[in-house]
Write a protein that binds this ligand. Sequence first.
Ligand code: GLC
Length: 590
Amino acid sequence: MTYEPKMGRSMQGVVTGFHDKTIYQVYPKSFCDSDGDGVGDLRGITRKVPYIASLGVDMVWLNPFFVSPQRDNGYDIANYYRVNPALGSMDDFEELVAALRAHGIGVMLDMVLNHTSTQHEWFQRALAGETEYRDFYYIRPATSGLPNNWVSKFGGPAWAPFTGNSASLGITDADAARNGFTRNPAGDDSGDPTLYYLHLYDVTQADLNWHNPRVRNELAKVVRFWQNKGVQGFRFDVINVIGKPEDLPSALRGTDDKRLYTDTPIVEQYIKELAAASFGRDPESVTVGEMSSTSIERCIAYTNPDNKALSMVFNFHHLKVDYVDGHKWSRKPFDFQELKRLFAQWGVGMERGGGWNALFWNNHDQPRALNRFGDPRGYRVESATMLATAIHMMRGTPFVYMGEEIGMTDPEYASMDDYVDIEAINAYRELVATGTSTQEAFAIVHSKARDNARTPMQWDDSAHAGFTTGTPWLRPTNQSMINVAAEEASGKILPYYRALIVLRKKYAVISEGSYEPYAEDHPRVLAFTRTFGNDRLLVLANFYGEETMIQIPPEFVGGSIVIANYEDRKAVATNRVVMRPYEAITIWQR
Ligand code: GLC
């Protein structure tokens, strides 16, 4: 089929360089280990640049690799300016940037600006009594109990005594040596146990006080530092919780605290200010904000180009359709109608407001989508490619999480001993403590743990999946069946991803077209159309392992098949299509 050269600009004439891009996420600890210590590193990633380039992606998002005690796998940063020696050096980083650039691939760094590790110099200086640094965090006295009733997202209260007791927090000298920092120079007796500091995440992740202009300046400096190293992409971790109300009020009901500190009006202002002081000065920068429990209206404000804030946002509503009453640590089959409703609402809503979504099923915090929404045993290839179609054909910028493109699944762990994530371990304890049987608690962790996504990339079928010559920090389980080498030789998922990535570059209707849900009541098929001028696409995705029939609009009958995940699907000749298990079809007409 022929196609006219696509426009690089959106209808409004704004440069939208990221609409036809695909971003690949690499979890550095788990991608490739170059030195045999069992932990992935920057040199390992450099070694795999040819593979990354072969995918056709435009940018690589790297999870944090900065100096950190690794209590939350690098999201607890002790120094924003240095590479954690366990993962490499600044030279290694520069080499990686250059190797990617040689293939036209940019780098996206993970900026964790809501909190620092309690091992960060700022926190340590606060502990040592420097009042100026106390104002970098939320440090408050408690008259009765704790300063307020907020809870940590990783379990327990969101407040901890303001003391330097790193040993009791599980940080040892050995951790410090390995990860390139000196432990608690202020001494374990420093601080003031009558005061408390706020931590919305782990107790070693102290929330930064963004109301303090010095904090905002320091953080903009961090972003500029990495821009000067040639970085043009930034992912901002939990950026919509940076605007806590200054008086830190208690929630009236136990679970309402989130609403008090999420998406407050000042967040937009802070993001704009950060943009103006750093990445916004680079017209080619690509940014994505991680938005927890957010709304369409806020996400439009964060991403409408007129607002000069972010390029796009991650929201997580579609990944909560298998939560019971919004609680992650529970189990139920996904609610397909709710999933469809959310895609439709966000797709249409963001477009109406001129906003832009990041599109994704997987990341380092989510169990593998293939296990949640597909059938990794009966229809692994079909369901993996169907899920990919649904995301890559939508309006937004697709993200592919390492291993997704070869159909990696959750590991088949049989005991809690295999899990290392602090969140999973806390959740298991809390479930059992509140009366859930150990069996059910394990089943829940098994299906929800973040470790599910963090197992090593499976390069080949060898004992450690070609990831390391040492002992992997997290154990892979099914590399004999699922691995890159096998996919390259005769697999169907990897070529399908490559094709989807190329299509987005070729067809303006995919990268720029408007989005409209179709057959909203269909019980099994997610369907939508995309329109750009006279070009139209119809996308159909059967989310079930059974056949199902769907009627299609007459204008698509006889249209060309742009891509389909059953090779024998060459045409759609009538307006009734019988879709096979997990079948996905994209039809084009003009
Ligand atoms: C984000 C990260 C997650 C981390 C948390 C706290 O949600 O994706 O991995 O634990 O922020 O920084």
